[in-house]
Write a protein that binds this ligand. Sequence first.
Ligand SMILES: [Zn+2]
Length: 78
Amino acid sequence: MMKWLENLKSIDTSGTVGKCPFCGSENTDYKCSIVNLENGNGYMDIWCNDCKRAFHMSRMQVTKGMKTDGNIPEKLKY
Ligand SMILES: [Zn+2]
């Protein structure tokens, strides 16, 4: 969890994940999924396309600027 802390901040401030905390690759991505359309609660997955490390953040507020499209790759290592 804490390894991805800087990436969470980066998404919040710049909308991009930034460097993978495990392998340093910039080939990273994220996707938010809204569960409750009324209040915007949902979850987020962040991952690295190179080393496949990933982080799942549950129960969060998905705000307007956050990315909700795209596909989460298979075989990620959470
Ligand atoms: Zn990586």
